[in-house]
Design a binder for this molecule. Sequence first.
Ligand SMILES: Cc1ncc(COP(=O)(O)O)c(C=O)c1O
Length: 387
Amino acid sequence: MNISARARGIELSVTLALDARAKALMAAGRDLVNMAVGEPDFAAPPEVQGAAIERVRSGNVRYTAAAGTPELRAALARHLEATRGGPWTANQVVVCHSAKHALSGAILALFQEGDEVLVPLPAWVSYDEILRIAGARPVHVPGRADLGPDLAAVAAAITPRTRGILLNSPCNPTGYVWSKGELAALVELAEAKDLVILSDEIYRRLVYGERPFASPLEVSPAARARTVIIDGASKAFAMTGYRIGFAAGPEPVIDAIARLHSQLTGSPNAISQSAYLAALQQEPPQVEEMRLTYQRRRDLLLDGLRRLGLPTPAAQGAFYAFPNVSAHLNGAPDSGPFCERLLEQEGVVLVPGSAFGAPHHVRLSYALGEDRLQEALVRLERFLTTQ
Ligand SMILES: Cc1ncc(COP(=O)(O)O)c(C=O)c1O
């Protein structure tokens, strides 16, 4: 069969492919420390599990409205009022199968052939590919030396074809949290150049005290007219496999996403909608416990990496460390061969930084128990001394 040019041009998600490879090796008996995938290692809170089971047992597991149940949309509107400032209505929120689904819906609704969309680097692997599926052109904007956003470079990258910018704070892979000042400068630029801000806030809850999370919506009422929020249950509530998330923003955009999804994917999973509703309504105490655990792990890992002599930016949020390994690349242009050798010799699975537009770095997820993090550091030290 002939594969369409659209599909031929799309890469398999590097992180998911690496995770699949690691799981196959582990199934074959290899002792690996898998730090590749961005997935909480906790179970979803009991309230979430209970709501999902109850929904199944109720027998009411039918299609819901394509934009989500009215209860969940209303709960998300209240959640937005509480966390980003209000007012919000249910019509300004569309429930999606995941944050990824919300993001692809928003990108398909907003951008088209010939549009340019700015992607400040380093950036999550999927932005480029989803933009390409929509026919838009991702325009990479290099970050500062500390891997934070370079707003002068963002301004310089704008052309008459630029339609939007992808914002991700806290950032995957760096853990960088944008300051209110940086957000204000971004909003000002977006207003001057009539750009949409797609704000991926999936790691919003996972910040560790140095800098509070802020959304561009908090900058000014005008920011709201040009911002679409992407968020979901995967990271904050340890609900990755439930596949549930949402997009929120001006009603015409939300309406367009809902129409697209009604044709492409239909209603989101009814069971997961009940589970997400329970998470939002009951605010399980495990969420804060998980955050504190990630914070301890982050401190342990950043400290360990720096002791190994790897320059590592201060990650203020999410659950990744993103050290620079350029001193150990043996002349290679990127960290791909470094990650391959590390996997072969020591069984530690990392993601090469080129997947995020920073080829001299590697990404380590610290969504792993402290004993596994210690083990990873021991193996990494042994590996580095042989390079
Ligand atoms: C920055 C970012 N956005 C979105 C997602 C997707 O989350 P979901 O599981 O809801 O699709 C991820 C998952 O790794 C992510 O890192």
